[in-house]
Design a protein around this ligand. Structure first.
Ligand SMILES: Nc1ncnc2c1ncn2[C@@H]1O[C@H](COP(=O)(O)OP(=O)(O)OP(=O)(O)O)[C@@H](O)[C@H]1O
Length: 234
């Protein structure tokens, strides 16, 4: 589903955000990505969603080598990826319905199909009764769930989340992660960047760890968690 082969990323200002990163996420897997502030988590997700390009190395999504795809194919590949952000990036002057419908409107779905899919997505996140509300009328956790409904409304096989629980208290954070688990159980691959180690510790998922742009653990080796040096560094 996601494969990085010796990927490095240096921004135009000279800042090296990722250094020779290698990992592989299988279809249907759910995994966390963690690391200190500035470790490169957002950069790594941006390479997957083609918002940034690697300086060196290969990123493969669903078997597509992102280095060789044509500009015209970017929208097509992005359709397979549901993105969720900490700041959820909702349109605050549009209703919950309009926000969730947006990807379908862009893709040219019929009104009938849009109604059906938006209802189903809002049902999944438990917000059907808020369909006509403006985001401002919702709590932080509910706004985040609208962002999740928008990300899943066109049924992408991959969900990417960048600090999706960043603004939420522990109880709401766990509810959001449980929602991701439900999508994962339905076959969706889920990759979540977070610095919330408490949250990760309560889950039993593979955790990949970046430190200063290097993947110091891909979550597959078993003995790193007992290494106090690495725990201290986060
Ligand atoms: N657009 C950019 N231009 C230049 N440097 C950038 C850019 N985006 C990120 N960086 C730098 O790349 C490094 C990695 O940043 P990144 O945002 O990927 O880290 P992060 O692990 O997501 O951090 P945080 O947890 O604080 O969001 C940092 O040193 C950052 O300053």
């Amino acid at each position: 589903m996601i494969k990085f082969e010796n990927v490095s990323k240096t921004y135009s200002g000279g800042q090296q955000a990722l250094r020779q990163v290698n990992f592989h996420i299988e279809p249907g897997e759910m995994a966390f990505l963690t690391g200190h502030s500035g470790a490169g988590k957002s950069t790594l997700l941006k390479l997957i969603s083609i918002m940034e390009r690697p300086t060196v190395g290969k990123v493969l999504i669903n078997g597509h080598d992102l280095n060789t795809i044509h500009r015209r194919q970017i929208a097509y590949i992005r359709r397979d990826i549901g993105m969720i952000f900490q700041s959820h990036q909702l349109l605050m002057d549009r209703t919950v319905f309009d926000n969730v419908a947006l990807p379908l409107v862009i893709d040219g779905y019929s009104r009938k199909e849009i109604n059906k899919r938006v209802s189903a997505a809002l049902e999944m996140v438990g917000l059907r009764d808020k369909v006509r509300n403006l985001p401002i009328m919702l709590s932080g956790g509910e706004q985040q769930r609208v962002g999740i409904a928008r990300a899943v409304v066109n049924k992408p096989p991959l969900l990417l989340a960048d600090e999706p629980t960043g603004n939420l208290d522990p109880k709401l954070s766990m509810e959001i992660i449980r929602l991701f688990e439900e999508f994962n159980q339905a076959g969706v691959s889920v990759f979540i960047a977070t610095h919330d180690l408490g949250l990760i510790a309560r889950m039993k998922y593979r955790t990949l760890t970046l430190r200063q742009g290097q993947m110091i653990d891909d979550g597959l080796s078993e003995d790193w968690q007992t290494d106090p040096l690495q725990e201290d560094s986060l």
